[in-house]
Design a protein around this ligand. Sequence first.
Ligand code: SAM
Length: 273
Amino acid sequence: MSRHPPRPGAFTEPPKKSLGQNFLHERGVVDRIVLAIAPRPGEHIVEIGPGQGAMTFPLLDRHGALTAIEFDRDLLEPLTAQAAAHGALTLVHANVLDVDLTALAAGTPIRLVGNLPYNLSSPILFHALAHAAAIVDMHFMLQKEVVERMAAGPGSKVYGRLSVMLQAYCEVTALFTVGPGAFRPPPKVDSAVVRLRPRAADTVGIDDPARFAAIVRAAFGQRRKTLRNALGGVVDADTITAAGIDPQTRAEQLAVADFVRLANTVPVEPAAQ
Ligand code: SAM
């Protein structure tokens, strides 16, 4: 057994399951992602979870500069050491869910990329959504089933809250799938790369985002029920009808535009005196 100390800048820690560390090692997959992102000069690219740099270093080679947000302290020193040969890496040591992406953008909308920790996919997607105005687009590697849910349309078995919330605010495009063998260690699931492009705020058409979110959550909270029953207590049957929707319909049959119209039809409560 070798007794040599690890060389400075080497990644020495084993992957941490608790942080969703499945590191990409297939160069062909990395190249496809970089090609899909197609960085253009002057853009501010922000990577979530650079890990051991599988996407970070090729992006730096191509683009020259990058900001990356990594939670695992053990990865910071080797990332910084190895990045120097590739370009200018600004490393932020933080839980991405605590990062104010709007402040990070500082007035120049960012392009978000990442092979995300799969256990945090939905919280990260909703966090990004809250900062959509500061984001040009997002390219994420996620569990394939999650990408299918994100891109699903009405009538599909996997169409749900995630589909409606994301599609209301973003154009969602599933790009390609990736097998477990592209990662070390291999995850138990297939993966897929997805592109999200936030819509311009004035084209989304949602009057009250909090009300919209509450209605979508309630509608899919009991997806087998009719809207009249699922939305009881949130929206009455007359309002559903006034929005041009049959209260006997189920949430999974409504298009995103129907949810927007329904939320906009709900009478606004008078402000408390
Ligand atoms: N980008 C690398 C790759 O493709 O090989 C690593 C991807 S690995 C699936 C997910 C990365 O996200 C890990 O580096 C992990 O430490 C990091 N991570 C996990 N939770 C995080 C969090 N809350 N905030 C920021 N990074 C996180």
